[in-house]
Design a protein around this ligand. Sequence first.
Ligand code: PXP
Length: 239
Amino acid sequence: MKRLGVNIDHIATIRQARKTNEPDPISAIGMIELAGADSIVMHLREDRRHTQDRDLEMARKIIKTKLNLEMAPTQEMIKIALDIKPDTVTLVPERREELTTEGGLEVALNLESFKKYTRLFHDADITVSLFIDPDIDQVKSAHRAGADLVELSTARYSESKTRQEQETNIQQIINAVTTAEKLKLGIAVGHGLTYINVEPITRIDPVAEYNIGHSIIARAVFTGIGHAVMEMKEKINQR
Ligand code: PXP
């Protein structure tokens, strides 16, 4: 069974649009888990544009599956993560101006820093995932850094404009997956995946985990969060 991680940041995005107390991402967690999600993903950003510290603290207390905290490896976030103790941290690059995470980490050129981060989290019993572009050198570097898994960015794949471009991007993901598998790294994918474009990715067998946010929350506006999660869980396991 392929695992589905549901990113709930966009529930907080709607709440923060009015700086009020609804919708509360915390109220959604039980429903998302009941519908078949294997983990809840939250990204605490430096500018707190969606998820707030309070959300993370409450989520940690009520999540029955796993909490995957996406975060930039800054001093502030590392301190928060060591305090909250999520099951997994997914390290991501972060730029204030971006609408959403753009591109993967540069692990290869910052190997010593990433070795330090993974050691720090492993000492606290936290699994470490590195969000990288589907690039063989980055996969090898993530392995050298001691990561448990890699989350391969599907951003470029999901932005493909033509069939040819899509094929090229899928091939890059397959090449990165093959390398990660040889190195015995866990393999997740995420970013820009939708009910429409996820199917070709589900044919890449070693991909064990899908982390999806925007498309699920967008569909939930019409169908309810339970249906939206169930449908995506079925889609990633349809083969
Ligand atoms: N994985 C990572 C590392 C991300 O940064 C994001 C976006 O927060 C996602 C997955 C989910 O992407 P989307 O919202 O496009 O499904």
